[in-house]
Structure formats: C-alpha cells, structure tokens
Design a binder for this molecule. Structure first.
Ligand code: ARE
Length: 577
C-alpha cells in the first residue's frame, strides 16, 4: 500500500456539505493501489462503555486521473456532526487512515484521532442560484453581434463584416442589434446571455472602463439597455454583465487626476502607484493588468474604491434587474473585496449569479462566500485537445476526472463550461475546419454536468484565430450561415430539457473502453449511454447492455444486435434498459 499518496482534508472538495443534511466525503489514493475503502463514522458524543459508537459505509470509486483514484460517499449524519476515519484494504493489507496518520485498528477510545466535520451549518452550504443549473449561456461581444442603429456608429466605423477585425476596429455593434436578433437566440434555445463589458470605455472591447455608471454611447443609452433586459426576461433569458474591477481604463477620471497631479491627487491611493511621479512609458511604474499601462490596477482594499465598485455592482442590479456578474481577472483582486461583493450583490438580488474569470484551480473562491462558479477553462482545454486528437482517450479521461474532483459537486453543477471565448481561437478554427469534431465537442459539452456556454457565431460555423480574429462580425445572411451546425446545437439544447439524464444534476461516469469514448449519465430511473468516436477510423463497439431506445439525433452509426458501428467522428446515444 502506497500510504504517501493517501490524502483527505475536511472543509474543501474532500469534505463539504452538499445540502443542510448531507455531507460528501472524498478520499484520494494512489491509482490502482487500493481495492476497497470504508468510511468509519459516527457522532462524536455517542459512546458506550468507553467506546465510541460508529457505522461503516463502503465508498465508491468515483474516478481516476493520471496518478490517483478518488473514493466518494454521501453521509447524512443524524445530528449534523461527524467524526470519521477511513479503512483501506488491499488483498494483503489493511490500514486505518486517521487525521493523526495510519493505524492497524480504528482507535475507538479517543475521538481526537479522527477527522472532524464539526457541524453542518446551513449558512455554510454552498448555494448557487437554482436557475443556473437549467441555463444554457450564450456569450455576446457587443461590438460584433449586430448593428441595429447606425446613428450610434463611432468615428471610423467600417461596414459590417467588410474586413477582418484589427485590435482597434469598430463595426458599430449595439444593443438594438441584439434586440433585433433575439429571435435567433430563442430559436437556438439558449436562456442566458453573457455580455462582455458594456460600460463607457475607449477600446472596442471595453475592458478599459472610463465610467462604470454609464453605458458606452456606441451601444445605446440606459433606456435601450433597460428595453434589452426586459425583452430578454420576457423570453425567459437571463442577463449577465462583465465587471472589470481589477483595473480601470486610462481615461477613468480618478486615474486622469493621478496622471495630472501625481502624489497630490486625492485618488493617488485608488491605484497601486510605485513612485510620486507617474510614468506610463516604456512600462508603467504602477501595478496594471499584465504590463498594459492603459489598464491601471485598482486598489480594492481602499475604502473609497471598494464603496465605489460595490455601488456599481448594486446599481446595475437594482436599476436594470440584471441577473449576474462575470468578474474579469477575478483572481488578482483580494478575497475580502469579493466577500463584500457577494454580500452586496446577494442582498439586492439573492438569485444573482456570480461568475469569476479564473483559468486555474479555484477552490479558494468557491467555498460559498465568494463566487458561485468560475469559467471552466481546464474543461475547455481537455475537450479541445481530445476531440482534435492531441490527447489520448486516457489523457482526456484523466483531465476530466481531475476537473470533476477538484470541486464539490454543488460547484460542478453550476460550473461555466465553455469551448471558446473572445480570448481564444474559435472551436471550428481550432479543429482545423473539422465540423464533425466540433459537433462531438458540443455533444460532450451539452451532456456534461454544469452549464454550457456558446460563443456567438460558433453555432453557425464562424471561424477565427486568436484575439482579435475571434471577434469577427456575426454573419446574418442565412445562406452564409452553417445551418447544419445550428440545427445540431439546437437539438442538443432541446435534449437537455427533454431527457432528464441528458443535462445537469445527473450522475456522470466514464466507462471502460480501449479506443472510443463511452460514458453514462444517470438520473432517477433513466440511464443514457454516450459513445463517441473522435478518430479517423470506423469503430465497432460491443454493447454491454440492451438498447431501450436510441436518442433521435443525426447520428452516424449502425446498430446490429449488440454491436454498433460508428463512422469516423460519429457518435451513438441510447437509453439503456
Ligand atoms: C490586447 C491584445 C492582445 C495582447 C494583450 C497584451 O489584443 O493580443 O496579448 O493586449 O498586451 C482585454 C482585451 C484584450 C486585450 C487586453 C489588454 O479583451 O484584447 O489584449 O484587454 O489590453 C489572462 C488573465 C485573464 C485575461 C486573459 C486575457 O488571467 O484574466 O489573460 N482575460 C480577461 C478578459 C480579456 C481582457 C482582460 C482580461 C483585461 O477576458 O478579454 O483583455 O481586462 C493562460 C493563463 C491565464 C491567461 C490565459 C490567456 O491560461 O493561465 O491566466 O489569462 O492564458 O492568456
């Protein structure tokens, strides 16, 4: 037994309250090392004749990644307290893993040895808004979605789609353009819109804010924005805005004051200035986003800055009824700020969604006191690499299993699973034009736990490389849209709604197979089996169970009794008996 690999730590993804009566316990062991794991558990205050009274529950192996196996069990402790340890068994060996190390027998005479989940306080349960679990997001980069009011075009606007975007191009996208095309979105079936920044800013992407209380005039005014939110709500679509609170823009009035007055500016402390005299070239002598001098980092520890930004967060919810905030560069802002941000936002709208932009392991922000979710780029990376044959099946399974075990289940259920964004190449371009590979990515994304997001235009086969190429104008001419991809995505979204095991809150498990991807989704009495063949060869797969019903999709597979033959980049989805 490889004891050095055994790991558990309460009050994070290894032990957390799933709801107010339920604890989830997870253990990590070396891959393929342990045969069985049992949880020995009990209430710390129930003793008989000097012996602590315990129960034993077997743990399920919930997955494996490159190095480790993960074991899982759900416990509902009667008095909402738990002490516990683990019994690990191999054919030759048995060991008891406690908070104080390994023993041969369970120490029943001293509770101090055991792991402690002190109390399941309702307040500590991670609770994200329920509606998020049923949401399919759609991301809009407002400058490029639709130009509905050419009178608002900023200077230098070029005709819609007339050229490939450059870092400083303007095509005149605006809110009216979004309102005009809401039918496209309802037809697709999405029910959440995420807008990259819309406040007054200098650039086309608006991440360099000038005024957080104003709409950028190229998009419209506050009344048009109000109409947009109302029109979305009428169609059952939630609206999320981008909060760029890590840094402001160069033309943000307080920063202009600092540029003018240096250390004598009343706003000097609003930023992280290094010297009395401010320099922007060749590199800024103050903290900034990366080394971008026109994005000076805001001092969110300063009470005035904090108040200003929290007022912004409150204002757009109170006045315009938005449903969520996506937080730009969220991991570079202090945790205390985000805790107050959450209190502020949830006090105005308890059902608002708070989504952090973090590309890495984000457990410290997902304890229930800061964010509801993060943009799940580790998921993105695994999907892109596997479906373009840069990852083997095993590497893919390792990565996805790792992502799943990184966070509590209630976090995974609202995780923001994207395939691309305004910061990455588009999927069709990444897949070198392989449309069938893109369809498999969508099938995996839409049937995985969490909430999927579609980047505008991907659903009609738009292409584009790195920023700014991934920000081309939306194509509205029907004959130039790939309606086949559109119908496919539309169908997946509708399956998420009509098949209970297809979408969120159903149990996801990989199945063993050598060279095709097989996984099951199970909810109540429905189990769906997904088989995908992201290779260039025809594959024949022997089914281990009976097909009750094939899911109606444009699959490229033939079923013969217990065999299914799947075309290159084809798939087969069925409900098993
Ligand atoms: C512009 C140019 C770029 C150039 C950059 C730097 O277009 O080609 O590389 O300047 O000089 C916004 C605009 C961008 C603009 C940028 C700077 O949208 O077009 O880029 O401002 O002016 C990291 C951060 C993450 C950040 C990404 C981009 O952690 O927060 O980098 N994403 C947000 C937004 C962006 C936005 C900003 C931040 C700034 O979503 O759109 O950019 O407000 C790894 C790392 C990640 C890293 C990721 C991507 O995985 O681990 O930490 O994310 O790669 O680089």
């Amino acid at each position: 037994m490889f004891k050095e690999a055994v790991y558990h730590r309460p009050k994070n993804n290894y032990a957390y309250p799933y709801d107010e009566n339920t604890l989830h316990i997870q253990l990590r062991t070396k891959k393929n090392d342990i045969d069985h794991v049992f949880l020995i558990h009990g209430d710390p205050f129930i003793w008989e004749d000097g012996e602590w009274q315990t129960d034993e529950t077997i743990m399920e192996k919930s997955g494996s990644d490159q190095l480790f196996d993960y074991w899982f069990v759900e416990i509902k402790p009667e008095y909402r307290r738990l002490r516990y340890c683990f019994v690990l068994e191999t054919e030759e060996e048995k060991a008891v893993y406690t908070e104080k190390g390994f023993y041969e027998e369970v120490p029943l005479d001293d509770i101090a040895y055991h792991f402690c989940f002190p109390f399941l306080n309702r307040k500590d349960v991670f609770t994200a808004p329920l509606w998020v679990k049923e949401t399919v997001w759609y991301q809009i980069f407002p400058e490029r979605f639709g130009n509905g009011n050419s009178e608002l075009n900023p200077e230098g606007t070029v005709p819609w789609g007339s050229e490939d975007p450059k870092p400083d191009s303007f095509f005149g996208g605006d809110f009216q353009g979004v309102i005009d095309h809401l039918d496209h979105l309802t037809e697709l079936g999405i029910n959440g819109l995420y807008f990259t920044p819309i406040f007054k800013a200098y650039s086309n992407h608006k991440y360099d804010t000038i005024d957080y209380m104003e709409i950028d005039p190229q998009f419209g005014d506050k009344e048009t924005f109000r109409t947009l939110v109302q029109e979305c709500h009428k169609r059952g679509i939630r609206v999320m805005l981008d909060a760029v609170f890590n840094h402001s823009g160069y033309y943000f009035a307080p920063f202009q004051d600092v540029l003018e007055n240096g250390v004598n500016s009343p706003y000097y402390q609003w930023f992280h200035m290094w010297e009395n005299e401010v320099e922007t070239e060749p590199l800024p002598n103050y903290d900034a986003f990366a080394f971008v001098s026109h994005m000076p980092k805001l001092n969110t520890e300063h009470p005035e800055v904090k108040k200003y930004l929290l007022d912004v967060a409150r204002y757009w919810i109170e006045e315009f009824d938005i449903d969520g905030w996506r937080l730009d560069v969220a991991n570079e802002v202090d945790h205390a700020f985000w805790r107050d941000f959450r209190r502020t936002v949830k006090s105005v709208k308890p059902e608002a969604y708070i989504l952090g932009e973090i590309w890495h392991d984000s457990m410290p922000w997902l304890q229930g006191d800061q964010f509801d979710a993060v943009m799940n780029y580790p998921f993105t990376n695994a999907v892109l690499k596997y479906f373009t044959q840069q990852y083997s099946l095993n590497q893919f399974k390792d990565q996805i299993t790792h992502v799943q075990h990184m966070y509590p289940q209630n976090v995974n259920e609202v995780s923001f699973n994207l395939l691309d964004s305004h910061d990455t190449p588009r999927i069709l371009t990444y897949a070198k034009g392989n449309k069938d590979a893109v369809k498999l990515m969508y099938l995996f994304q839409m049937s995985f736990e969490g909430t999927p997001c579609i980047y505008y235009g991907d659903e009609i086969g738009m292409t584009g490389g790195e920023d700014p190429d991934c920000r081309k104008c939306m194509v509205w001419e029907k004959d130039e849209q790939d309606r086949d991809i559109f119908r496919f995505v539309q169908q997946l979204i509708s399956l998420r709604k009509s098949e209970s095991a297809f979408g969120n809150e159903s149990r996801f498990r990989f199945k063993e197979h050598e060279d095709v991807l097989v996984y099951e989704k199970q909810k109540d009495d429905q189990t769906l089996v997904f088989i995908m063949n992201p290779t260039k060869q025809l594959k024949t797969v022997t089914l281990n169970d009976k097909v009750k019903r094939k899911l109606k999709m444009e699959e490229r597979a033939t079923l013969n009794d217990s065999h299914v033959t799947i075309a290159p980049y084809g798939y087969f989805v069925y409900e098993k008996e």
